[in-house]
Write a protein that binds this ligand. Structure first.
Ligand code: M6R
Length: 591
């Protein structure tokens, strides 16, 4: 994870401010420490702090950091604890080279053993890169040659930016398995982990691929392979409105993104018919279909399994991407794999897709971030159009992923147009659902704030909603939460239910309503405090988070909304920052 930003300009700039503002857009990628290195005159000016960017801003006057070139980093620790010494940028012993790195260098211990005489000051794998760079330069190589040689020695994942006080007009960049995008503006070149820091300066981007090295000068750039052969690259245009990545009137990005769902659901319907139909055609022609994803996107995939079955009588398998390599799958050339990912950068998904492609299977994807690695490695991709999702907890992306899966299911039965007409009502229903639950979830969160565990149960398509409700709750409120198929309760978990244990039943008025109600009654008989998510009340419920009545198949899109709000309110009531949960980052770009 970690976020990196760098730039090189033809004229002296307030480099500290440019880099810091860029890091702000990437803070979701890591927030345990941050740093900036700028070349001023003929030396590197380095500032690092532990903590969030707010802590950095309080300690460092970024307006004082002027220069034509600089790099910066916001960290999610992998190797070495959260200390100032472990924070990036890392600088060579001679003080001339600074680098930032996102990823993991797997052979750094061996490389370290070969660097006798170097006094390492951090516990990071990254410091090895900068030490190797100095060694190569001391051995007579120029900056680019040294960088290329080092890249050929290191193994693992990386997005690296390097600057050299002896050659201040050039920034070097390279990537393998970690994201890195270049941006071209007037008299300036940028590089960053995703497009958001670039959008403040340009809409012209260049996607760097694995094994590519970029040499960035203020007015030009060149890209090479690891042998030094020049590669021609195309410049792409991206369009995302910067204001959509601002918090606006909301206290947190998560709340803003939950509240945006009426609009993001509308946008999710603006897919060219042909794209959705092509997915449907590929599904119906494939020998076997597998949905692959992690976290929230995995829950969307499980819901997709149910809805494709119910609407289109089509069976698909679902696999957790991080487990993919441990299964001997029967994938063949005519199999279809559909990856679902908000960021399009999740390492577990990317690694699985690489293996899948080697087997010759077709790869389609449903992503939010345009031009992301997963989108680029797919034979066909659909963008969910949810807009930037900054909060670490995925919310609006989930409902938009579901929306795309519904549309594919309707296309499979030749009813895309009719389906979309029905789905058009979801935006208004989502708004109603938000209005019905914003205050109610706050009051409920106050009651639940000091509980130890919360259980979420649901049957059929409500089962992935139970999983998703539990994931939202645990990741941001740190309460232990477990989601399960309601029928599984009696196979073990019921033993944990005692007087006052909160049990949340996702139980809309659908065809499994009566069975889930029975399970809720079973927990109540053991003293549970039963909360229902439903459009139909029952005296057994201690609390009801109402959802508006809807066509039966669309309940999941509405059912998750009160659970997102409840998780948010729980985090706030418990004094946790929902946008920056401890130990987590938005894009999980490491294995
Ligand atoms: O970007 P992706 O959708 O591929 O991310 C997958 C998971 O890392 C992500 O959904 C994660 O579980 C979220 N923090 C959940 O809210």
């Amino acid at each position: 994870m970690c976020g990196i930003v760098g730039f090189v300009s033809e004229k002296e700039e307030n480099a500290g401010k440019i880099l810091f503002d860029g890091l702000r857009k990437l803070e979701y990628r890591g927030y345990d420490s941050a740093g900036i290195a700028v070349i001023s005159g003929d030396s590197i000016n380095l500032e690092k702090e532990i903590g969030t960017l707010d802590d950095f801003e309080a300690a460092v006057d970024v307006d004082e950091l002027n220069g034509k070139i600089g790099i910066s980093h916001t960290r999610w620790a992998t190797h070495g604890g959260v200390t100032k010494l472990n924070a990036h940028p890392h600088v060579s012993q001679d003080g001339n080279i600074a680098i930032v790195h996102n990823g993991i260098i797997e052979n750094y211990q061996e490389l370290k053993n070969d660097l006798k005489g170097v006094k390492f000051i951090s516990e990071t794998d990254t410091e090895v890169i900068v030490a190797l760079m100095q060694k190569e330069i001391d051995g007579g190589n120029d900056f680019f040659e040294a960088f290329k040689k080092v890249l050929n020695k290191i193994e693992g994942s990386y997005a690296i930016l390097a600057i050299n006080a002896r050659q201040p007009g050039v920034m070097l960049a390279a990537k393998n398995e970690s994201p890195l995008i270049l941006g071209k503006a007037l008299g300036k070149m940028f590089a960053a982990s995703d497009s958001m820091p670039l959008l403040m300066h340009t809409s012209e981007v260049i996607y760097l691929e694995d094994g590519e090295i970029a040499k960035l000068m203020a007015k030009s750039f060149e890209v090479f392979d690891l042998k030094g052969n020049k590669i021609a690259k195309t410049i792409s245009k991206i369009e995302t409105h910067i204001e959509s990545s601002e918090k606006g009137m909301y206290a947190h990005f998560m709340l803003k993104e939950i509240m945006e769902q009426p609009n993001s659901l509308k946008r999710s319907l603006q897919q060219p018919y042909g794209d959705v139909e092509e997915f449907a055609k590929a599904i119906s022609q494939a020998r076997g279909v597998m949905l692959i994803a992690c976290g929230t996107a995995l829950h969307a995939a499980i819901a997709g399994q149910y809805l494709l079955d119910r609407i289109a009588q089509k069976h698909v398998n679902v696999i957790n991407a991080s487990e993919f390599s441990y299964l001997q799958t029967s994938l063949q050339k005519n199999s279809l794999v559909i990856a679902i990912s908000q960021s399009g950068e999740t390492a577990d998904v990317i690694n699985a897709l690489k293996k899948i492609k080697q087997k010759g299977a077709k790869v389609y994807s449903i992503v939010n971030v345009e031009g992301s690695s997963i989108a680029r490695m797919s034979d066909k991709t659909i963008g969910i159009k949810a807009g930037p999702e900054i909060g670490v907890a995925s919310t609006k992306a989930f409902t938009s992923q579901l929306s795309i899966l519904y549309q594919i299911a309707f296309a499979l039965i030749g009813k895309l147009e009719e389906g979309r007409k029905e789905m058009d009502k979801l935006s208004g229903l989502a708004r109603l659902c938000l209005d019905m639950n914003l205050d109610k979830t706050k009051a409920l969160a106050e009651k639940l704030a000091n509980k130890r565990d919360i259980y979420f149960i649901g049957r059929g398509i409500n089962y992935p909603i139970a999983l998703e409700g539990a994931l939202k709750t645990k990741e941001i409120s740190y309460l232990h939460a477990e989601g399960m198929a309601a029928g599984e309760l009696k196979h073990g978990t019921l033993a944990l239910v005692e007087k006052g244990t909160p049990v949340i039943a996702i139980n809309p008025n659908d065809f499994v309503h009566a069975e889930t109600l029975s399970n809720a009654i079973e927990t109540k008989a053991r003293g549970a405090f039963v909360i229902a998510i439903s459009d139909k009340n029952n005296p057994v419920y201690d609390e009801l988070l109402s959802i508006p009545g809807a066509s039966e198949e669309f309940y999941p899109i509405l059912g998750i909304i009160p659970l997102q709000l409840l998780a948010y309110q729980l985090a706030v009531v418990r004094g946790k920052n929902p946008d920056k949960p401890r130990n987590l980052a938005k894009s999980v770009t490491v294995k």
